[in-house]
Design a protein. Sequence first.
Lengths: 153, 264
Amino acid sequence: MWRLLAGVPDPEIPVLSIIDLGVVRYVRHAADGRLHVGITPTYSGCPATDAIRSAARAALDEAGHREALLEEVLSPPWTSDWLTAQGRAKLAAFGIAPPAATAAASGSAPAPVHCPRCGSLSTERISEFGSTPCKAHYVCRACREPFDHFKCI
Amino acid sequence: MSAAAAAPVGRDRALNAALFHYVLRLADTSLVLGQRLGEWIGHAPALEEDLGLANLALDLVGQARLLLTYAGEIEGKGRDEDALAFLRDAPEFLNLTLAEQPNGDFAHTVVRQWLIDAWQIEVYEGLTRSADTRLAAIAAKALKETRYHYRFSSGWLVRLGDGTAESQARAQQAVDSLWRFTAELFAADELDERMAAVGIAPQLAAGAERWGQRVDVDLHRATLVRPAQQPHPWHGKRGVHTEHLGHLLGEMQHLQRTYPGVRW
């Protein structure tokens, strides 16, 4: 079942699967005899949430799991810490600087960010926000390339 | 896909009605502020800020959706998030008066955001320990987003305040003109006290002190002056609004009011 869901890409960063992203919280057989799949949204307002839900639904249906129940899980809230090691490697290869391994829980100073192209630590934040809710905008002082950083939250 | 369980069975009717209104207050502040920020799209001073404000708006509207959906379930009359957002009139909106104030210049938008971010941090932080588990879950999620918002708004407050003579004058002007709405943030009324008494909401007074300290530190870094406290005649959270809310709703609700029930 996990392997099946690992085939569902994130709609906004398609190199990541929804498993890489850490949004699938559980897959279990419940007392009602049905398969229950728990999915948590990344950001409250992330427009990809609906798309992820319908893509997961479609994948389950196609694999013959029409009985499976998708459940929304709000607690504990999603954190970028849940990105898998494989997911982080995929992000870096795609040119998006992955988040630090453990997110600063509160507003403490953000950890230095490696440029995903040249690896330099001499990078500068341009904006706390980027093209999607999960990314911030950076530029590398060494190779001068702008890049996205997956926010630590 | 339904989230968590509905309101506990046997919760008494009056408490249920009070909880409905309390959740609406939280939802409406997020929704109205999110709608205001959305007005900047395509007009912000720089592309990065345009994206930043749109991202803040997205989180706020997302929080409002979770809260409005819950409010609709508590009420139990079949109203969903859309019915509550698009088919209520201004006196039924229970947002803080500060949230509905017009964008003004970029400094006004930053100061309004910073004051509300700092308020939401206290309220959501307290709500993570709520006796209402659904509310606690929504608050825990929103709190992470709000702390990130605060980084943006407090950062800009300092940049503008401790910036050029022009940016400092405008930031101070924004603080001076919006300060009169801040007394409402922590003024507890019967509803707040009722919710605190049953362990659903935090005591507002405790948050007020931390909020004040946080705001003072930021103002100091921004080389701005805290205005004198003023009595508060504002009661947005009781449904009494400035004239600005009606205009905002006119735009936000236009489609559903003109073509009732229309869908994408």
